[in-house]
Design a protein around this ligand. Sequence first.
Ligand code: MN
Length: 261
Amino acid sequence: MRVLLTNDDGVGAPGLAALCLALQARPGMDVTVSAPERERSAIGHAITLHKPLHANPAEIAGATCPIWSVSGTPADSAKIAVLALMPHRPDLVISGINRGANVGADVMYSGTVSAALEGTLMGIPSLAVSLEGFEGLDYTDASVFVAEMVERLAAAPLPAGDPYLLNVNVPTRPRAEWAGVAVTRLGLRYYDDIIDKRQDPRGRTYYWLAGEVRDHSAHPAEAGTDIWALAQGMVSITPVRFALTDEGVRAALQPWADRLV
Ligand code: MN
């Protein structure tokens, strides 16, 4: 199994290192890491067209596979690895393990999901993997789980469909306390947008953009969604496709469009 491992937290991120080592520990895994040289979370699917990209050899303690530090975005890192850095096309692209869940509308902003989607766009089965929470994360259980998933994928391919990726979110709690694995749909996660307006030392106004996840007790997640699964302590697996056309509305919209000319 030839695996391209990437992420959006940067080549030095602990989630990437943990998954790299967990994959490497399994027989028959041929892993290559290609990841941004610095954190590029929430960069979405941006690619670099107007300046050169550099890929430099890097190291992860204990890892023996090729590791590339790329001067671009997560999507760049995946693309350049498949097109230029890897001697053979990978069988699987894995992006992660991200620090923090990527659920609901997060997938639109997520560099983690976008790097996996880049794999999907190149016709390669792809996983995006994120671990819930932000502080004191232990990636061990999630890494072993993903390595097991990859072995399962090597033995039995996924059901065919429109090109899709699997967006995997792992709960923070230890594996012994996981409540199962739910195949879910994207939910709606509510953020309270926060824009801090401040003054710099020269008197110019600047802004800090932030957002806090709203308390779920006030907005209980709909059953069957990724947000709901995490709240239950389950691993969430959402098949996500990039076909964004709303087929349900398309036909109904034509009469409206006919009146535009
Ligand atoms: Mn990230």
